[in-house]
Design a protein around this ligand. Structure first.
Ligand code: KIV
Length: 270
């Protein structure tokens, strides 16, 4: 049989093997097909269709208003561009927390209609997670700063700074592992706490604003690319400045149109 040279698709087992082998997991968000293709080409392990699509792409003030239909729409777009990365989709606020049966129904739509391979849920939603895992759906957990709880948390703040909240987070992490999550996002927690949690778990942790000792890292793609005019959290490192590059390009186009330099002979059919 001829051997394919295409890299093998990433699965939840790949991530677990990476943790055991001490290899870092690279994760990024994406919300459309071209960016999914780009992340595949760059060898990104996990693509998350984050509910951050709400504020990053859809103009909502936070992640709370995004609907299941909107998440399915973006997950399908990413699915069409993705061939290799593990595709995880976020469950929107109030679609999974209170009724495990409803959680399975909603998640089923993200998987069947959206094409996600796994879903992410925020906080210790243990009943929902257990129901999803027993329906053979891989679930990623998310602790620390959970943006769907922004009103309860009183803003986007670092979590687990007090002894009590650190102990609570560590306990929640172990409960999530026992409930069957295959990986855990730790957002905006002190580095030493993220390190302790990472060491205490068999499943991989993926940090965002959680220091260097988690098993992997995730960022919002638009933050990494500098493709926004909004302020970003301290934990973001922009690797490019696409917003200003785009503004310069659009500005030049405006100038050329107004000065009749565009279209020129090269862009004109004879
Ligand atoms: O919605 C999101 O983008 C997230 C992060 C972990 C980046 O949940």
């Amino acid at each position: 049989m001829k051997k394919s040279s295409a890299p093998a698709p990433v699965t939840v087992r790949t991530l677990q093997a990476m943790k055991q082998a001490g290899q870092k997991i690279v994760a990024l968000t994406a919300y459309d097909a071209p960016m999914a293709r780009l992340l595949n080409r760059c060898g990104v392990d996990v693509i998350l269709v984050g509910d951050s699509v709400a504020n990053v792409k859809l103009g909502y003030p936070n992640t709370i208003p995004v609907t299941l239909d909107e998440m399915i729409h973006h997950t399908r777009a990413v699915r069409r561009g993705n061939t290799r990365s593990l595709l995880v989709a976020d469950m929107p606020f109030l679609t999974y927390e209170y009724d495990p049966k409803e959680a399975v129904r909603h998640v089923g739509r993200l998987i069947k209609e959206g094409g996600a391979a796994a879903v992410k849920v925020e906080g210790p939603a243990l009943d929902a997670i257990k129901a999803l895992v027993s329906a053979h759906i891989p679930v990623m957990g998310h602790l620390g700063l959970t943006p769907q709880s922004v009103h309860q948390l009183g803003g986007y703040r670092v979590q687990g700074r007090t002894r009590r909240s650190a102990a609570q987070l560590s306990q929640d992490a172990r409960r999530l592992e026992r409930a069957g999550v295959f990986a855990l996002v730790l957002e905006a927690v002190p580095g030493p706490l993220a390190r302790r949690v990472t060491r205490s778990l068999k499943i991989p942790t993926i940090g965002i604003g959680a220091g260097v000792h988690t098993d992997g890292q995730i960022l919002v793609l638009d933050d990494l690319l500098g493709f926004s005019d909004e302020p970003t959290p301290r934990f973001v490192k922009p690797y490019a400045h696409l917003w200003s590059a785009a503004a310069r390009a659009v500005g030049r186009f405006c100038g050329d149109v107004r000065a009749r330099r565009f279209p020129g002979p090269d862009q004109t059919y004879s």
